[in-house]
Design a protein around this ligand. Structure first.
Ligand SMILES: [Zn+2]
Length: 422
């Protein structure tokens, strides 16, 4: 049997541990994982580590254009005084190039999928098609309590799902993305939930990111964000909530009961001084917690190795115990739980799973001596150790060179776009 791609002599992340194995890929699926030597049209004999490509489960990729534009401000002031003003100047083509810039950075650090909520999403979808990456995309809807606006926003959101869901061999999954409980009315959220149910779509939303949001929602509706969403029937296993920083014990129980997935964004939460989420408690209660970078304006990187390290370190301080979270659980947040949250058949190196794989060179100074791969990946990796990235069965990066597009062109375009924000 000649596979499309054969990878021999690797340490593979299989069933939550690392084993010696060889991998055969056919089409966009993994077909063989085992001890037998495999042959392929493309062969890698890497003596490297194989993990599922990382999944950036919450982001606004085109915000790479605002990387470093406004710093050292809290969330609401940052949005109102800076970000919402420059966002008004964005043209669709800018979104395309901003997304390509973010994708470049993500591919280079082993990210094979991202989940994006933003504007001019047609351009984001085009960038996904062009670059070979996988993505879950939604138009960020906000009715701000206005009926006319609610209608228009839902129309745009639905049209996007109709147009792009399953495009590019299924690499795009288009879903619904109401922005947050403080920018969307309960009536609007209910409507979105109903429509999503009808077309069997997932809903991605920001929830309980800041204390301000929790107080604001209590003032408006007499309930915390999670309890308000539960009351209107918004929460279920098709709901993915980003942040979830401020949760009570009762709210954690609600999220578990409804099988809601949570995306933890530690660096963004620190940078905007939003808080530290109760990841340990969520994982202990059985909630699926994935990992995200959020937009580059509040990060400023699209690098999940950084997020893994921050996740682990922050939990230790949050709970004042060094064993607050295990490195293997943090690794799973980055490589497995995002696929699970969005119902995508990947995140594991197993036959019949999608062939989304990162090859990692461990013959680098920061990996010596190698006692435990998961500890090295979570605590000492930079992301630059990823040499090859396979997405949907295609080699998208080889020896750190992106094969699907010209990164220099992306940098040139972005430098030109920058001029209108200065
Ligand atoms: Zn966000």
């Amino acid at each position: 049997m000649i596979y499309d791609i054969a990878i021999n002599n690797c340490l593979c992340f299989v069933d939550d541990s690392f084993i010696n194995a060889n991998v055969g890929i056919e089409g966009n699926k993994i077909k063989y994982v085992g001890k037998q030597n495999v042959k392929g049209d493309i062969e890698f004999n890497e003596k490297a580590v194989l993990i599922p490509a990382l999944f950036n489960a919450h982001t606004h990729v085109a915000m790479s254009l605002f990387r470093g534009y406004a710093e050292d401000m809290p969330l609401m002031k940052w949005l109102k005084d800076k970000i919402w003003k420059v966002e008004k100047k964005l043209k669709p083509k800018d979104i395309y190039w901003g997304t390509m810039l973010g994708i470049t950075e993500m591919i280079k650090s082993g990210i094979g999928s991202f989940s994006d909520l933003y504007i001019y999403m047609d351009e984001v979808a085009k960038a996904v098609g062009e670059s070979g990456i996988r993505a879950v995309l939604c138009y960020g809807m906000a009715d701000r309590g206005e009926e006319e606006r609610a209608k228009k926003e839902l129309e745009i959101g639905e049209e996007f799902v109709r147009k792009w869901n399953n495009e590019f061999n299924g690499r795009v999954k288009a879903i619904f993305g109401p922005h947050a409980p403080y920018t969307c009315s309960p009536e609007f959220l209910k409507k979105v939930r109903e429509r999503a149910k009808e077309v069997k779509s997932i809903v991605h939303i920001h929830v309980s990111e800041t204390q301000w949001e929790v107080e604001e929602i209590k003032k408006r509706y007499g309930d915390t964000p999670v309890n308000m969403l539960e009351r209107i029937g918004f929460l279920d296993s098709d709901t993915v909530i980003a942040h979830a920083v401020w949760l009570s014990d009762e709210e954690i129980k609600v999220l578990k009961k409804r099988n809601v997935s949570v995306v933890h964004c530690p660096v963004s939460n620190l940078k905007l001084s939003s808080g530290i989420a109760r990841v340990r408690d969520m994982i202990k209660s059985g909630i699926n917690v994935a990992l995200g970078t959020d937009g580059a304006a509040s990060n400023n990187s699209y690098n999940l190795f950084q997020e893994m390290k921050f996740t682990s370190l922050l939990q230790k301080i949050k709970y004042m115990r060094a064993d607050a979270i295990k490195s293997i659980d943090v690794l799973k947040m980055a490589v497995k739980n995002g696929y699970k949250a969005y119902g995508i058949n990947g995140g594991e190196i197993k036959p019949e799973k999608l062939a989304d794989i990162a090859i990692i060179d461990v013959k680098v100074a920061n990996f010596y001596p190698l006692y435990s791969i998961e500890n090295s990946l979570v605590y000492s990796a930079y992301g630059s150790e990823v040499t090859h990235l396979i997405i949907d069965g295609k080699v998208v990066m080889e020896e750190r060179e992106i094969l699907t597009f010209d990164e220099e062109k992306v940098f040139d375009k972005v430098e030109k776009i920058k001029e209108k924000f200065i």
